[in-house]
Design a protein around this ligand. Structure first.
Ligand code: PBG
Length: 324
């Protein structure tokens, strides 16, 4: 009997063979580019904890959407940074708010771009919570009406996909009903179905100035210790009308992405969140890792785990590597 019996290295012999046996491939079609939009003109303010990411006024956001399209990335997701915040997050559902105007302008400048919007009031409330607040309590049912109103103002100006990220119970159904009643039956819902109460959102909260002013988000976002509960959340959202379900964050939750992929038939998205991006950038800046290679390896791992779509601050950088 010759030894070794097994020689898996045969299939790693050269580049062509590697390409033939490769199980997972990453494409710019899989990427979604996040954009933070603020008021003003000609503004492009760097976010210190997220090198390469900016708060941009609408004109700059339009240029960014154009560049994203040129890089063959099919979609962007918009986050609003309003000038005014109040306890009810009124700017979130102002038909003429910063995100609503950005959607209109982006859709008219780059009609092929799929525009996704984050539906959540935390960037618009002065207390920084994702729901209405009474005393120290985050109200569930009273918040649903505002979320539905917000999603509707996005659909009305041309958003293709609304993505509720608040984790209030029943929001998908409330949004689906509000959309259907107003003939927006084609608006897609991508629900942040399994969103964990994670410390990885830190840099985003700096970017959006949305750190909760009291308490934390643990009464609505999920406990990082739970996996079965994620599947329950996902099933409930699908039943309520979610077309796409998302797991967030991605890297510390690859097992959840895999379980959701195996148990459901709807497309799965994963959010490679701000803290994951900042860690990568910080280590790369110090020359402790090869930033580009680690970035591609991270994105590939999220795809291999089972996500078809990846929301990532690395989208443009990765697309440049994928389509040289
Ligand atoms: C809520 C929202 C958050 C993120 C996306 N949508 C912040 C939060 O829940 O605190 C975080 C995204 C990231 O960290 O990149 N509107």
């Amino acid at each position: 009997m010759p030894f070794p019996i097994h020689r898996p290295r045969r299939l790693r012999k050269n580049q062509a063979i590697l390409r033939m046996v490769r199980e997972t491939t990453l494409s710019s079609d899989d990427l979604i580019h996040p954009i933070f939009v603020c008021e003003g003109k000609g503004k492009r303010e760097p976010i210190s904890s997220m090198p390469g990411v900016f708060r941009q006024s609408i004109d700059k956001a339009v240029a960014d959407a154009r560049e994203t399209h040129r890089l063959h990335i099919p979609a962007i997701i918009l986050f609003g940074i309003p000038d005014q915040k109040d306890s009810r997050g009124s700017e979130a559902y102002n038909p003429d708010g910063v995100v609503q105007r950005a959607i209109r302008e982006i859709k008219s400048a780059v009609p092929e771009m799929v525009v996704i919007t984050d539906v959540c009031i935390d960037e618009y409330t002065d207390h920084g919570h994702c729901g209405l607040v009474e005393g120290n309590e985050i109200l569930n049912d009273a918040t649903l009406e505002l979320l539905a109103k917000m999603a509707l103002t996005h659909a009305e100006v041309g958003a293709d996909i609304v993505a509720p990220s608040d984790m209030m119970d029943g929001r998908v159904k409330a949004i689906r009903e509000a959309l259907d009643e107003t003939s927006h039956t084609d608006t897609i819902i991508m629900s942040y179905a399994a969103k964990y109460a994670s410390a990885f959102y830190g840099p985003f909260r700096e970017a959006a100035d949305s750190t909760p002013q009291f308490g934390d988000r643990k009464s609505y976002q999920m406990d990082p210790a739970n996996g079965n509960e994620a599947l329950k959340e996902v099933w409930e959202d699908i039943e309520e009308g979610a077309d796409i379900v998302m797991v967030k964050p991605a890297l510390a939750y690859l097992d959840i992405i895999r379980r959701v992929r195996e148990e459901c038939t709807v497309p799965v998205a994963a959010y490679n969140v701000s803290g994951e991006y900042s860690m990568l950038k910080a280590a790369a800046e110090k020359d402790w890792i090869d930033g580009s290679r680690v970035m591609m390896e991270i994105l590939l791992s999220i795809k291999r785990a089972g996500a078809k779509m990846i929301l990532t601050y690395s989208a443009q950088e990765a697309a440049k590597i994928l389509n040289p």
